[in-house]
Design a protein around this ligand. Sequence first.
Ligand code: IVH
Length: 703
Amino acid sequence: MTKDTSTFSLFNPETERLSDDQAATELAHLATEIARHDALYYQNDEPELTDAAYDILRRRNEAIEKAFPHLVRKDSPTHKVGSAPSSGFSKIKHSVPMLSLGNAFADEDVAEFIARIKRFLGLGKDEEVNIFAEPKIDGLSCSIRYEKGTLVQAATRGDGAIGENITANVKTIASIPHQLNGTGYPDVVEIRGEVYMRRDRFLELNANQASTGGKTFANPRNAAAGSLRQLDPSITAARPLDFYAYAWGETSEPLGENLTDVRAKMESWGLPVNPGQLCASLDEILGYYRQIMTDRPDLNHEIDGIVYKVNRLDWQERLGFVSRAPRWAIAHKFPAERAITRLNQITIQVGRTGALTPVANLEPITVGGVVVSRATLHNRDEIERKDVREGDSIVIQRAGDVIPQVVEVILDKRPANSVPFLFPDHCPECGSQAIQEDGEVVTRCTGGLICPAQAVERLKHFVSRNAFDIEGLGDKQIKFFFEQGTIKSPADLFRLAENDRKSLTPLRNQPGWGRQSVENLYNAIESKRTIGLDRFIFALGIPQIGQATAKLMAKTCGTLERIEEITQLAHDPKSDALQELLSIDGIGASMAGDLIAFFNEPHNQEVIADLKAQINVEEFILEISSDSPVTGKTVVFTGKLQTMSRDEAKAKAESLGAKVSGSVSKKTDYVVAGADAGSKLKKAAELGVKTLSEEEWHTLVRQ
Ligand code: IVH
């Protein structure tokens, strides 16, 4: 039960009538009381006071402190920024990152996947690469750690690097053993797989929830997610979850030579392993895909494609990863599900770089178990090409998590009074001219900094999952703060708590915000005052600079200051800095142009300076071994390599901490020359750069 203000009395009259002694006594009392109520509220979820009554305590404390500044206590409640840890799960850093998968949609994509692997490994076209194919389970990935055979920890994927500690919940899943069978397991083994809910159990759960007035779920995946992320494990225990193992993370010793061996071992330890099939050719792979697609409606769990994995683990190791996905695996998605519905209205959305995107607002319809009410129309040309009009009946499709798309218009059903859609030539948000440059597909608002829609989108991007990842700041909240005027620029985020505490209309008193949600938000923001350089660069929302390029810049330059310096110097087209920027493998002229433009723009410089005063951008530290002989060295590969493909050479060098450049300069440490090396070898000789044969390179890095 919480008390209301009416039942709560203030013990003392006006502050100014207090003596020093009385003030000190009351401040001591308030510090203890407020701390006690914080604990009741945050840790026990059992508040005794209403928010209003609690606020009276805090305000009384603040008023006395203001009148008696010399009596402010060390443990004063006003000094505590979000006094309690935010509720929720503790965080776990994955010892081996949990990655995602690249996608294939057409058969050709799968053929290209196999061809790429062969090229990378330097295999002949006719050489066999065994591929293990297995269904892609539509659930939530989870990493379960066993030490000496005992389940000790379980974590969600999170952002791949850090997940949430869900050990207690995972222990309630019946198919997951608490103790592995036999003795053949390594001391440490992390089993990775998917937590999911079977279809029949999902239907039962929903029926049950509906009859007891509980929340029903849109699909089994949501039900599994909602059940797994329960703070109270007894709720998870009552939900019918299942698990399939398909991969692993850290292990104290190698698990085997092939995927098939490891799967057999996992089974012998008592783990439920996702069934699949070993395939020796593209035909077999595609045959399995079609077989499972036919069986799909009869399966008792949802799948959204087939995952193909190279069976040989030494090959997996050599193939390694690109960005966040392995080169040795791919997800072949099932075709999108389609439906017919009415397009009620076309609206225009303005993105963070000013792109005007038309959106089809639909008569809501269920496609593949999800209610869809909006679909993207991409751009002006797409609308013209398909002649999509308001009032049309259209075919839409939805594949996985992708935004639903408009496939075609059903012309027979077009209303007689229909008119072509007129794409706006002004930004619907700020009224500035919207133009489509020659050769561009996108129409852009020219309003730049004055366009509120762009500002809001930039802020949304800044706090998004792969950027600052601030929990509790969704689209709705960002819009709210922007419209209120409290957050106009990214640095305002970090002043929010301080300004709000001074405000006469604090957030906690506003509709939709409770004291706890406000404190949680402050804590979430506070915890992001230190941020990795790659995330920071990505968060800036520089056109064309996605996660991979942001990471590349971070890796190459190391510090924010160096990135600022190089991009500012590179403004001069004759500068060495520009050459250096362009020599980064993966940065082309167009990206370099966007980076240079961004960092030379005075407003952007102000935004960054303002942010730097609030936060600490960490130096980029490579996660790879720092003791290899080529760590930090710049390497150029040239000529025809015999023992490895160019891609493999590059990937290997990078995994050892080297930078791979496409051109030779004074800064190059090694030029590795294969057969018929030409101008680069000559340049190396001119500049006195050390050259290595392929063999010498192998000897160097094998040490
Ligand atoms: S293998 C290095 N196998 O799909 C990544 N993943 O879209 C190894 N998933 O994050 C993943 N079923 O959560 C693999 N049979 C399967 C899977 C599977 C579902 C999930 C997994 C991953 C996501 C990628």
